[in-house]
Design a protein around this ligand. Structure first.
Ligand code: ZN
Length: 304
């Protein structure tokens, strides 16, 4: 398989995860974090299954954000074989669901939109994009249910669903059937990547937060607990028992700070505060000196 565009962890997901450890996120943001995190895990799992099952030259483009006119849409994965374009919408639903055509019913009686609706919309928009380019390639679209515990009652044979136990077979069969890729297929792939948007207009904005309101301290690298016994060499987590070298604990928090506060300077004073005064200023300066490039501005030292 030829991976022309790899999946990247959404920046919003990283930021929400970091914030979640250091503040109480508003309900909607917290919910958004759970959904995003689960969705991303599902997509990453699909990537690994594809990699394992596809043995011939098939082009893979992951995580594509496109705009047609003023309508933005997102595609989890596109595969290009010699004779078709495959479009995948990944769902990481867990447990039992019942198919009621326009919607799914969860075991607890909750209604959710049938993902086919979203899939059809995406396929329709993508086909319009291809038509604009005079590309006549059949689009085969599927919803992939990735979680092994997912069960859908009353699914029909004609539904464009791929269930957990069918995923590998789906890709190995495709792999066997695809012929040599023409230059035309490669140029369509390049065109799609070129059209990919960095950010879609509807994408959720970051929550507001400030340095002052975030909880300060070093965090366990495994479970995220602040409950650490810190010595000069390491930090031992009281919650999960993990022992992590102190420089690792410290540097991961400097990186977190850089992501959360890209506009702020990294100084040893700031890092002393950020790490909850759990390390001496001297130690912090030494660790920063050893890892980052030192620059001076208006008599103060900062790092990048
Ligand atoms: Zn821990």
């Amino acid at each position: 398989m030829e991976l022309l565009k790899a999946r990247e962890r959404p920046e919003l997901l990283t930021v929400l995860e970091l914030l979640n450890k250091r503040m109480t996120l508003p309900y909607l943001e917290k919910q958004h974090l759970t959904i995003m995190s689960k969705g991303f895990d599902g997509e990453v799992l699909l990537d690994s299954l594809m990699e394992r099952s596809i043995s011939t030259t098939i082009i893979v483009i992951n995580d594509l954000s496109l705009i047609l006119g003023s309508t933005p849409f997102q595609i989890d994965s596109i595969l290009l074989t010699s004779d078709a374009l495959y479009l995948y919408e990944v769902k990481n639903y867990q447990g039992n669901f019942t198919n009621q055509n326009s919607h799914f019913l969860t075991a607890s009686g909750q209604d959710i939109d049938n993902p086919v609706n979203q899939l059809n919309r995406t396929a329709m928009l993508l086909s319009k994009v291809l038509k604009k380019w005079n590309v006549n390639l059949p689009i085969k679209s599927f919803v992939v249910f990735i979680h092994p515990s997912f069960i859908l009652y009353e699914a029909k044979n004609s539904d464009p669903f791929i269930f957990p136990s069918q995923i590998e077979y789906h890709f190995t069969t495709m792999s066997r059937q695809s012929g040599t890729l023409t230059d035309r297929i490669y140029s369509i792939a390049q065109e799609l990547i070129k059209e990919c948007q960095q950010e879609l207009p509807y994408q959720r904005q970051f929550p507001s937060y400030s340095f002052e309101e975030l909880k300060k301290g070093l965090l366990c690298s495994r479970c995220g607990s602040f409950d650490l016994v810190v010595t000069t060499k390491k930090g031992d987590c009281r919650a999960c028992g993990t022992s992590t070298p102190i420089n690792e604990l410290f540097l991961s928090q400097v990186e977190a700070f850089k992501i959360l506060f890209s506009d702020k300077l990294i100084t040893s004073k700031k890092m002393y505060e950020w790490c909850g005064e759990m390390l001496t200023k001297r130690r912090i300066a030494a660790l920063l000196n050893a890892t980052y490039e030192k620059t001076s501005y208006a008599k103060s030292t900062h790092y990048r």
